[in-house]
Design a protein around this ligand. Structure first.
Ligand code: ADP
Length: 247
């Protein structure tokens, strides 16, 4: 059963690039433990919305509240610290390090169980790495060098590197692009297990995957919300059909 509190409340969000509104008076409310998927044609403003939430792009107008905290005035690293994780399409893992070391290096410094300011490799850190490795299907790859992983496993490793920082909202840009059918299934399972404790905001083009994972779908078009609701509802919305058939 899902909680009804909003982890993220976006209101009136607008960004102009030389007078062109890439995101135009957008409102978006993501619930705790929800998997929300943003879809829409190329250029609709999907990536820009995630860039605005994570502080990579500054809004021209509007507010982004994450658990009551206003994000629009914070810097990118402060937004990460507030509990928003963002994964880009290309994995930024350390190819020369092992899976274990990649997870270890991502463990937040200054937040270990002893409250020590420097990183300390203690049992709790080790246990956390094991827990995350299991979640992202890499328990038996811990000693493998990261560049030996498959494309899908690299994507999972990067998700693990974000999870170890304990974000309450995880944003993913096309997480299953280039994945095999089996890897897609596992990724769907991973997103379900992530949202037992967190919320996920995903940009996705693979409509079958969207149908498999989405609690709700937000359709963007020309920087605005064209339609919103269950996949069943939005895919039968005449406005959505028109936009997709027009392409
Ligand atoms: P989507 O992710 O849905 O394909 P984007 O968010 O990447 O769409 O882009 C939305 C629109 O904003 C596009 O027309 C794009 O060219 C424009 N845009 C995005 N970022 C910038 C920028 N930094 N400067 C100028 N135009 C931009």
């Amino acid at each position: 059963s899902k909680n009804k509190d909003f982890v993220l409340s976006v209101e009136g969000l607008t960004v102009s690039f030389d007078g062109f509104k890439a995101v135009d008076d957008l409102s978006l409310y993501v619930e705790e433990q929800e998997i929300r998927v943003i879809i829409g044609p190329n250029g609709a403003g999907k990536t820009t919305v995630l860039d605005l939430i994570c502080g990579r792009t500054k809004a021209t107008n509007g507010s982004i509240k994450f658990k009551q905290k206003e994000l629009t005035k914070l810097k990118e690293h402060q937004i990460v610290h507030a509990g928003v994780g963002r994964k880009f399409q290309n994995p930024s893992i350390y190819e020369d390090l092992s899976v274990f070391e990649n997870l270890e290096i991502s463990y937040p410094r200054g937040r270990n169980v002893w409250g020590a300011l420097t990183f300390k490799r203690d049992e709790a850190v080790h246990a956390k790495i094991m827990e995350i490795a299991e979640m992202v299907f890499l328990s038996d790859k811990l000693n493998d060098q990261a560049d030996l992983l498959s494309h899908g496993q690299k994507q999972w490793l990067e998700i693990g590197m974000l999870l170890i920082q304990d974000p309450e909202l995880l944003m993913l840009d096309e997480p299953v692009a280039g994945m095999s059918v089996a890897e897609r299934k596992q990724t769907a399972q991973l997103l379900q297990s992530i949202t037992k404790q967190r919320s996920v905001l995903v940009i996705e083009h693979d409509m079958q995957f969207v149908e498999d994972i989405a609690d709700r779908v937000t359709v963007l078009h020309q920087g605005k919300v064209l339609s919103e609701g269950s996949m069943q509802r939005v895919k039968n919305d005449p406005k959505v059909v028109e936009v997709y058939l027009g392409h």
